[in-house]
Write a protein that binds this ligand. Structure first.
Ligand SMILES: *Cc1c(COP(=O)(O)O)cnc(C)c1O
Length: 363
């Protein structure tokens, strides 16, 4: 990314596009084109709404946290009427609830949800949600922004109609690029949908991509970075990438439990991020991320909205190794000790280490 900027209407850029577009299809596990937009994740969520829906459409949005709530806001902004399925924070959507809602509301156009709800560290039953949507004639629109490249999400095999991600999560890039693919059914819906769109018109983007180009000036520097991150991911191999994330997540959760801390999404934890409950022994939960950063140079996230001060979140995706987890847990132990939380010193490290050393034995 420090190399000189490429002009985008050149054979060099077209070669770069050809390579990254093929890599993105492997990552998404789809034969459909994966389109790139110069936007953050919210931009690509908006692209999904304006390309697939029409004014007055009724849709189901799954609100299991901050990002699920964003689907609802986006829909309302465009005059799309959401039926909101709210989940307890840390709980996944139960497929039976979705089935009931789809049966009760015939004509629902789409189900919009997260594969991994980043605000609570919860993994959603993507395959079941997409199968139900298809059975009831609705499109499945899946925000995989902290799921793509973290766990299995085969777009074509699971009939996901619209799948999207962004550069700054498990793709290990700076923010600013986003990615979206549509199924054949979704492309048909795209041609009929009447919401206004110009910059985010995916039909225009698809046409340009057929010539290894982009409709508008692309974020060339980020695409050069993407070439490298796709090479990293695909040379490790998707199954090994997914297994690594699973193991790092498990190590993190075991460490938290060994320190006497609860996991918010205990029943359906995401392999991307672990939301840990602030223990009763600590009055001000917001201090945990602050002290970890200021004293121990490890940056973690707090809770958002109603979870502020009640949880803290440890990520374990992307460019993350066993050594990173051990460093993070060490800093967490120090911080908890500073704040007076009682635990056996070293218990978290030992718990993480024992999960991570299985990894070594199994290669
Ligand atoms: C990070 C993230 C987003 C994107 O938000 P931006 O700040 O617009 O990039 C959307 N959905 C989920 C689940 C995320 O984790």
């Amino acid at each position: 990314m420090a190399r000189p900027i490429l002009h985008h209407r050149t054979p060099q850029f077209e070669a770069l596009m050809t390579e990254v577009c093929a890599g993105l299809q492997t990552l998404f596990q789809t034969r459909e084109p994966v389109l790139m937009l110069a936007s953050s994740g919210t931009g690509v969520m908006e692209a999904a709404v304006v390309n697939l829906l029409s004014r007055g459409d009724r849709v189901i949005t799954v609100d299991a946290g901050k990002f699920g709530a964003r689907w609802e806001k986006l829909c309302r902004t465009y005059g799309v009427e959401p039926i909101v399925l709210r989940c307890e924070r840390g709980q996944a959507l139960h497929p039976a609830r979705l089935e009931e809602a789809l049966a009760r509301n015939p004509g629902v156009k789409a189900v919009l949800f997260q594969a991994s709800e980043t605000s609570t560290g919860t993994r959603m039953p993507v395959r079941e949600i997409c199968a139900l949507a298809r059975r009831f004639g609705a499109l499945s629109i899946c925000d995989a922004i902290t799921a793509m490249g973290v766990f299995e999400l085969p777009m074509d095999a699971w009939d996901i109609d619209c799948l999207m991600t962004a550069s700054q999560k498990a793709l290990m890039l700076p923010p600013g690029l986003s990615f979206i693919a549509l199924s054949a059914r979704a492309w048909e819906a795209q041609a009929r949908a009447d919401l206004p769109r110009f910059y985010f018109d995916l039909a225009r983007e698809k046409k340009a991509q057929l010539r290894s180009q982009s409709a508008w000036t692309p974020a060339t520097t980020l695409i050069m970075g993407l070439q490298e991150s796709l090479r990293l991911i695909l040379s490790e191999g998707l199954p090994r990438v997914f297994a690594r994330h699973e193991r790092l997540g498990q190590a993190t959760r075991q460490a938290a439990r060994a320190l006497g801390l609860g996991i918010l999404a205990e029943e359906a934890p995401s392999a991307a991020v672990t939301a840990v409950q602030v223990p009763a022994s600590i009055n001000d939960g917001k201090l945990i991320p602050r002290l970890m950063r200021d004293r121990y140079d490890v940056v973690i996230a707090g809770g958002q909205d109603e979870l502020e001060g009640r949880i803290f979140r440890l990520s374990h995706f992307g460019n993350c190794s066993a050594a990173d987890i051990l460093t993070g847990i060490t800093a967490l132990e120090q911080t908890l000790r500073d704040l007076g939380h009682p635990f056996t010193a070293g218990a978290g490290i030992e718990a993480a280490r024992s999960v991570l050393s299985e990894e070594q034995q199994h290669g």
